[in-house]
Design a protein around this ligand. Structure first.
Ligand SMILES: Cc1cc2nc3c(=O)[nH]c(=O)nc-3n(C[C@H](O)[C@H](O)[C@H](O)COP(=O)(O)OP(=O)(O)OC[C@H]3O[C@@H](n4cnc5c(N)ncnc54)[C@H](O)[C@@H]3O)c2cc1C
Length: 304
């Protein structure tokens, strides 16, 4: 704890104006609205401050993780001995004739809107995904036939040794909800997205169409982390859960959504234990019913 305090003091001295929150509850920073405190939540106020913080934490051997919009994570409820670096201030967007360079903390909705304004097509699918570009690349987020891998031309990151590196999209090892960044210790700073000139009315129309589909199909009125499970090779997770008769199954404040069986929602007071117990029941019962073992898509962060 003393080590975290001294890191926080030094970060504040080097980069005054950095958001520094000791003992911050992660339920404030996740779309599930679940999660206990972390030792420190910091929002480095610039790219320089962010790079400094990552290098300094590594030098000190302090455990840390990077958080985007917290829309694909589930933190356990007990206090975590962990520093979390938020990317919200890595928020620059630069648009050129057929590409964009965006900071890792730029929300996908904002990147897609900037593309629309510039008359560029290719990001419409991402408009309704409630995450950042960094989290989206980490997950290779996708929807309605599009995936980030189709538009990411290059990614700049900090390597585990602290070096700044840029790799081409083809080197990101993208596959379904997977990228090289899972488990590599590389922290994404920014990315270049390759887009194409398009008709703004058609781009806007497609975004509106996909937004309406989301509102119709997804339980957006409840906190969640989107699809709880990955799509298995054998079909769709939501369909398998529905076929097992699990819509509405409830543990404490966690419920398999009545509207979309692929979502576990927080009906108001769900704990980490509620959600994980419900996930275990769903996996077990889907397996009994169909022989398919579902794999979680949401990333579980357990303390301390
Ligand atoms: C209502 C709802 C709908 C959703 N719909 C979709 C959908 O259609 N398609 C889809 O794919 N997903 C969907 N999701 C899930 C989620 O929005 C995506 O996975 C998104 O890409 C996560 O981005 P994030 O910024 O919130 O990442 P976070 O949840 O903050 O982080 C996810 C992981 O990425 C890591 N990470 C984040 N930023 C960085 C970085 N800069 N460098 C290195 N690692 C980083 C984190 O450490 C964490 O392990 C949905 C979620 C919700 C709540």
């Amino acid at each position: 704890m003393e080590q975290v305090d001294s890191f926080a003091r030094e970060l504040n001295r080097e980069y005054p104006g950095t958001g520094i929150f000791l003992g911050e509850p992660m339920r404030r920073h996740t779309t599930f609205r679940i999660g206990g405190t972390v030792s420190l939540y910091a929002q480095p106020k610039s790219l320089d401050a962010f790079v400094w913080a990552v290098r300094e934490l590594r030098r000190r051997g302090t455990e840390f993780m990077v958080l985007g919009n917290g829309s694909n994570v589930l933190f356990s409820d007990e206090p975590h001995k962990l520093v979390v670096l938020g990317t919200e201030r890595l928020d620059t967007v630069r648009v050129s004739l057929d590409s964009m360079i965006c900071g890792a903390g730029v929300m996908l909705s904002r990147a897609a809107s900037a593309a629309l304004e510039a008359g560029l097509t290719g990001l419409e699918f991402a408009h309704g995904i409630p995450g950042t570009l960094g989290g989206g690349i980490f997950m290779n987020a996708g929807a309605y036939g599009g995936e980030l891998k189709d538009t990411v031309e290059a990614v700049t990151f900090i390597s585990p040794s602290g070096a700044l590196r840029t790799v081409a999209g083809q080197e990101c090892e993208f596959s379904y909800r997977h990228s090289r960044f899972q488990g590599s210790g590389e922290v994404i700073l920014s990315a270049t997205l390759r887009l194409r000139p398009g008709d703004p009315a058609a781009i806007r129309g497609r975004m509106e169409e996909l937004g309406a589909l989301r509102r119709e199909k997804q339980p957006l009125n409840f906190p969640s982390a989107g699809s709880t499970f990955k799509r298995p090779r054998e079909g769709y997770a939501a369909q398998l859960i529905d076929e097992a008769g699990l819509k509405g199954l409830t543990v404490g404040g966690a419920q398999v959504s009545e509207k979309h069986a692929g979502f576990i929602v927080n009906t108001g007071s769900a704990t980490f234990a509620d959600v994980t117990a419900l996930m275990a029941q769903v996996r077990e019962r889907v397996y009994q019913n169909s022989g398919v073992m579902l794999e979680p898509e949401v990333r579980i962060i357990e303390g301390p």
